[in-house]
Design a protein around this ligand. Structure first.
Ligand code: COA
Length: 193
């Protein structure tokens, strides 16, 4: 599959490229990434180079992991990354720390879900989200993007080394946002006015 561009009111989502290696290396030094992501730790420039030159194009070609850069304009600096991974259409994202808090990731996540569910991914009827328990910022992005929290028995995410698991929060998004979605987060997030 060829990489697809998605536009939102404030963003262009396009292909992360080798020229983004410097900012990706810098963003991925964030201690939050050690806590909440499975990106390599410690993170070195070689990790960014291999991610951008091999993993990202390979994921698009095989349709196994579709990864976009968040930019405000074509050729602009990469602000963050969002991806959708087979086989459950699981969404994942991170934002460079200096670009957080302006609602951009929520905007990107909503647009990516719409794209996936409106034919971007053949046969997709749901998008899945999970995060390490306590990752409130990620849960707020999922809530804003129309996910409904689900509570299966013993929800987990794998640890970085894949040897164990951590307790997790789960959510699901369908093409039409479930009317119960907003309230489903009230156990873990303060309700929005
Ligand atoms: C999760 C992440 C991408 C959110 O990015 P962001 O730019 O803050 O996202 P948004 O601006 O769309 O904000 C989403 C919400 O989180 C809130 N928020 C931002 N940082 C927060 C924090 N540290 N704690 C609690 N809430 C936070 C925002 O106020 C906003 O709230 P609202 O929906 O009520 O308006 C970013 O925090 C990040 O990169 N974290 C590290 C990587 C990570 O955990 N990724 C997710 C793995 S599942």
């Amino acid at each position: 599959m060829l990489p697809v561009e998605i536009r939102t009111p404030r963003l262009l989502l396009d292909l992360p490229v080798p020229g983004d290696a410097e900012v990706v290396t810098r963003y991925c030094q964030d201690p939050l990434f050690e806590q909440y992501l499975t990106t390599p730790w410690p993170y070195e420039r070689a990790h960014a180079e291999s991610f951008l030159s091999t993993y990202v194009p390979g994921g698009w070609a095989s349709r196994t992991d579709l990864t976009w850069a968040l930019r405000t304009e074509r050729g602009g600096v990469l602000l963050g990354v969002i991806s959708v991974r087979e086989t459950q259409n699981e969404i994942g994202f991170w934002m460079g720390s200096e670009h957080r808090g302006g609602g951009l990731m929520s905007e990107a996540a909503a647009a990516v879900c719409t794209w996936v569910l409106e034919g971007g991914v053949d046969g997709a009827t749901t998008v899945f989200w999970r995060a390490v328990e306590g990752n409130t910022a990620s849960a707020k992005v999922a809530r804003s993007a129309g996910f409904r929290r689900i509570q299966p028995e013993n929800p987990t995410v794998p640890t970085r080394d894949g040897a164990g698991t951590l307790p997790a929060w789960y959510g699901v998004r369908e093409v039409d946002v479930d009317p119960r979605a907003e309230a489903s987060w009230n156990d873990i997030l303060e309700a929005r006015a």
